[in-house]
Ligand binder design. Structure first.
Ligand code: ZN
Length: 137
């Protein structure tokens, strides 16, 4: 069994933003040389999330609209007293900081319309790290 990882760094330009990071992840999987195993995509941040879905403009806006509706910024959140970004923490908590994708025959095993996105909910930020960990053989 082999373990390979790489820390990717992105910057975001908007308060809410989806960035397709699939190509960068596939590059790490390729560089790992691992043919069969799993790929963990993990964001070490409290206000960032990772999702998998279609890269379609309307759908990306729908995702952001859903986040804003479920976790409104002007909600009566207690964390807002100290930091004013409770909704961003809640979005990250419940959408999730990571996703795992199988690697089969050297490739991410994903459907035609499945792309991996970093979901910014507290931008803009100059440094947003994403760890890609590949385990397999
Ligand atoms: Zn906070």
């Amino acid at each position: 069994m082999k373990v390979f990882f790489k820390e990717l760094v992105f910057s975001t330009s908007q308060q809410y933003q989806l960035i397709n990071i699939t190509r960068e992840i596939e590059e790490v999987v390729h560089d790992s040389g691992i043919k069969n195993g799993i790929c963990l995509i993990y964001a070490p941040h409290a206000t960032l999330s990772i999702i998998i879905n279609e890269d379609e403009h309307g759908l990306k806006e729908d995702v952001i609209e859903w986040i804003k509706n479920v976790f409104p910024r002007n909600g009566k959140w207690k964390h807002n007293i100290i930091d004013d970004n409770a909704s961003s923490h809640l979005a990250s908590s419940f959408i999730g900081s990571s996703r795992t994708i199988p690697i089969i025959e050297g490739r991410l095993y994903r459907g035609t319309w499945q792309e991996v996105f970093l979901v910014e909910t507290d931008g803009p930020r100059s440094i947003r790290k994403v760890l890609v960990l590949v385990i397999g053989e």
